[in-house]
Design a protein around this ligand. Structure first.
Ligand SMILES: [Zn+2]
Length: 163
């Protein structure tokens, strides 16, 4: 596992993916309806430069499912009727979250040499973002962390390089 290759993810793509994850969270907490969720996810997804075809296909499939359910709700189409729309949505949302978190977790595991900034360690529990001065509690030991406010990737001052 140690020498598993890093994934190449630009700061721009990383931020898009974090925004996608945040949209899913808003939906989960009832702060976003399905229509807006889909619209926003598609917007972020279509702007991605990340080129892993399998990953993109998998995400596209789930987005298509959500779209089909929405169409189904909108026009009551019998042809494309989905037996249990609520279950289909729950499954797709959960699949989308896993797909995004998988990429983010892989990214955070390795130092990103294109990133210059390091999070500031305020004390044992708190980080501060040098870019927007947001501070947050975290026990993360991964190579990289992301600021919860500006979503910028930062080196983790706690990270100890594995040999
Ligand atoms: Zn920040």
């Amino acid at each position: 596992m140690e020498n598993q290759s890093n994934i190449s993810l630009s700061t721009y793509d990383l931020k898009q993916m974090i925004l996608m994850e945040k949209q899913l969270e808003l939906f989960r907490h009832g702060k976003l309806d399905l229509f807006d969720l889909l619209k926003n996810l598609k917007g972020f997804f279509n702007a991605l430069e990340y080129l892993d075809i399998n990953w993109k296909d998998a995400v596209q499939t789930e987005l298509n499912t959500v779209e089909m359910v929405l169409d189904n709700i909108a026009d009551g189409s019998i042809v494309r009727r989905i037996d249990d729309p609520e279950e289909a949505i729950t499954k797709s949302i959960s699949a989308l979250r896993s797909l995004i978190q998988e990429v983010l977790a892989k990214y955070l595991d390795f130092p990103d040499l294109t990133v210059l900034e390091t999070a500031i360690l305020l004390d044992k529990k708190w980080f501060m973002c040098p870019l927007c001065t947001e501070s947050w509690e975290s026990n993360s030991n991964t190579a990289m962390v992301t600021c919860p406010s500006c979503n910028h990737p930062l080196h983790n001052p706690r990270y100890i390089k594995k040999n």
